[in-house]
Design a protein. Structure first.
Length: 150
């Protein structure tokens, strides 16, 4: 009986291995997309917080640098692969409410799901595996709004 089963486990493993690898790749890329989205959301919040302490209409270049590079200087590597300054929308200051009137500032990254190019999209490390195409992930605009100085 043992001679008839010799190698059966190896054949079963060989049949299941592609499915396990595809599930591993999908989980890894989905995790990377979530991590990258959270990194971008944090950088946009930091820029909105920075702009909320500035006079309206000033320090726009520095805020874009803060979103892309994580610092006020236009140096270093981008926080996310493929992120560029031209994908950052110009910050908007608005007066909202009545008695008291609140000045708000909004800054956002143009996402390809809701904005025309130039826009940001997540690109996976592997485009395909075993004939399965992973494609790209089109984020919506990543936006942060904070109360600004009057």
């Amino acid at each position: 009986m043992k001679h008839k089963q010799a190698g059966a486990a190896l054949v079963e493993f060989a049949l299941i291995l592609p499915l396990l690898l595809i599930l591993t790749f999908i989980t890894t890329e989905f995790s990377r997309a979530l991590y990258q989205y959270n990194t971008l959301a944090k950088s946009v919040r930091d820029a909105a917080r920075y702009l909320s302490t500035q006079s309206p209409g000033t320090k726009i270049d520095e805020s874009k640098n803060l979103v892309v590079y994580g610092s006020l200087a236009n140096t270093g590597s981008p926080l996310a692969f493929g992120l560029a300054r031209d994908q950052i929308k110009t910050p908007e200051w608005k007066l909202k409410g009545a008695n008291p009137v609140i000045n708000t500032v909004t800054i956002s990254i143009a996402g390809c799901a809701t904005s025309p190019p130039p826009c940001y999209k997540f690109v996976p490390l592997m485009n395909s595996a075993f004939g399965l195409n992973f494609g790209t992930v089109d984020y919506a605009d990543i936006t942060a709004t904070m109360r600004g100085a009057l």
